[in-house]
Design a protein around this ligand. Structure first.
Ligand SMILES: [Zn+2]
Length: 261
């Protein structure tokens, strides 16, 4: 079990909780050590010097002491900024919380996974903060993180014959795509339409740092949500609290629309 002083890392503040009378425990997703919880002495005192650096959805450079086991410590921070829109909008907040919650479950205690994915996750939050469609950005992260959960669908070709020139559907039984010739092998395939399949395949390879713009029809968004819920529920099986809120937002939308019609 190691302990490392004066380590510099990039981080995103994930959550925090009051601790004792004046202190706080702050969980940060770091680019080098995965998710770590920091003991911040005096954080609840008025005029605390690192106040801005430990607000939820703040990102920046942190320097401190990292312990493999137990709590870590922050001594200095630099260039910290908050994702403003995310911190002020309850809906964006839910998507960002879900992405970070999913990442936490995906990485567990494997800092190398966190390092590998840190830039994509930070970019996802940045894009949501810049008004990119949060549902689509979330779908992209969901597709990309499947591998961390041990679900690695082949998005390139039919799982049975390897053909890539026929219409596809997704089969959980075969752990990936099935071409039309092999649809009969799995009657429980997800019966996804062409556009949904197209975007799932795109999402698996897209680099968020190179994303310029993206917009999808409501029906395609709905189908992507349904497909990923199915895959996550039956093949991944993780629970992230913020997801429930996102699902509820979906049904509120429906209720409001029905009332207006
Ligand atoms: Zn096939």
């Amino acid at each position: 079990m190691g302990s490392y002083s004066d380590e510099e890392f990039t981080g995103i503040v994930v959550s925090r909780q009051d601790y004792r009378e004046r202190d706080m425990l702050v969980t940060i997703l770091t680019d080098r050590f995965g998710f770590k919880t920091f003991f911040i002495r005096g954080a609840r005192k008025r005029g605390f010097r690192m106040q801005a650096a430990i607000l939820p959805f703040t990102h920046g450079t942190y320097i401190g002491k990292i312990n493999d086991d137990g709590l870590s410590f922050i001594t200095t921070t630099r260039e910290v900024a908050q994702y403003q829109e995310i911190s002020q909008d309850i809906e964006l907040n839910a998507y960002a919380s879900y992405i970070l919650g999913l990442a936490r479950q995906a990485f567990g205690n494997q800092p190398d996974l966190a390092s590998l994915w840190f830039t994509q996750l930070a970019t996802a939050l940045q894009l949501i903060d810049e008004d990119y469609d949060p549902a689509i950005i979330t779908n992209i992260i969901e597709v990309k993180l499947l591998g961390c959960f041990g679900v690695q669908p082949n998005w390139q070709a039919c799982a049975v014959c390897g053909r890539d020139d026929l219409p596809f559907d997704y089969s959980e039984m075969y752990g990936g795509l099935l071409c039309q010739e092999h649809w009969h092998l799995d009657e429980h395939r997800l019966h996804l339409d062409k556009r949904t399949i197209y975007f799932l395949r795109q999402f698996s390879v897209v680099d968020l740092t190179k994303l310029n713009s993206i917009s999808l029809k409501e029906t395609t968004k709905h189908n992507l949500r349904r497909a990923l819920d199915e895959i996550y529920n039956s093949q991944v099986g993780v629970y992230v609290k913020a997801k429930k809120f996102i699902d509820q937002m979906g049904s509120w939308d429906k209720i409001l629309k029905n009332k207006n019609n």
